[in-house]
Design a binder for this molecule. Structure first.
Ligand SMILES: [Fe+2]
Ligand SMILES: [Fe+2]
Length: 195
């Protein structure tokens, strides 16, 4: 299948656009988290944004490499999630978007790419889908703790760590202010399975 006539070309353009949108939105959420005093959550979102921009680059490079100077203006018809970046709601919405990318969108794009003879592009869609699945798990966990107000407390004694100075302490509840550097609770690293 000639690349410039393939569905894979359009799918790469769609995927690139979606990744850029996720990357931008995660930076907005990170900024909101900083404003709300959740500095460590802000760091997690900045890292997610970095991942999404790296995914965008992978798709962009496949597009450029395979287009070989073909049509450079690509029309795409696709729906993308646009939602508020307040923490209340946006963590959950983000998790949902990651789930749909990992379980529906990218597996479907991978299949089309494989059918059209682009095994390397199919591999990229599948590898990105695996990362989005990790993003989904991480975001779901953060959302659950955020909604239940248990970001900084646990049923058992756990090791809390300050993301600013590295101070560690084992207890059920994290400190209000770090005993070493004085930074507030929002800097405490979250207890996540997939950190
Ligand atoms: Fe991504
Ligand atoms: Fe993601």
């Amino acid at each position: 299948m000639e690349f410039n006539k393939s569905r894979t070309k359009t799918n790469l353009a769609r995927a690139f656009t979606g990744e850029c949108l996720d990357g931008a939105r995660y930076q907005y959420v990170a900024k909101q988290a900083t404003t709300d005093g959740f500095s460590y959550i802000a760091d997690l979102f900045k890292n997610l944004a970095k991942n999404e921009m790296a995914h965008a680059r992978v798709f962009y490079d496949h597009l450029i490499k395979n287009s070989k100077g073909g049509e450079t203006n690509i029309d795409i018809c696709a729906g993308y999630p646009f939602f508020n970046y307040e923490l209340e709601g946006s963590i959950k919405e983000s998790a949902g978007a990651e789930l749909s990318e990992s379980k529906n969108i990218y597996p479907a794009f991978a299949k089309v790419a494989r059918d059209e003879g682009y095994a390397d592009i199919a591999d990229s869609f599948e590898l990105v889908a695996l990362v989005e699945e990790c993003h989904f798990k991480q975001l779901s966990e953060i959302d659950e703790k955020y909604q239940n107000k248990i970001l900084y407390s646990s049923n058992e004694e756990v090791k809390w760590k300050c993301s600013n100075c590295g101070h560690e302490h084992t207890s059920k509840n994290a400190w209000k202010n770090c005993p070493l550097c004085g930074y507030p609770q929002g800097y405490v690293m979250l207890q996540l399975q997939d950190n």
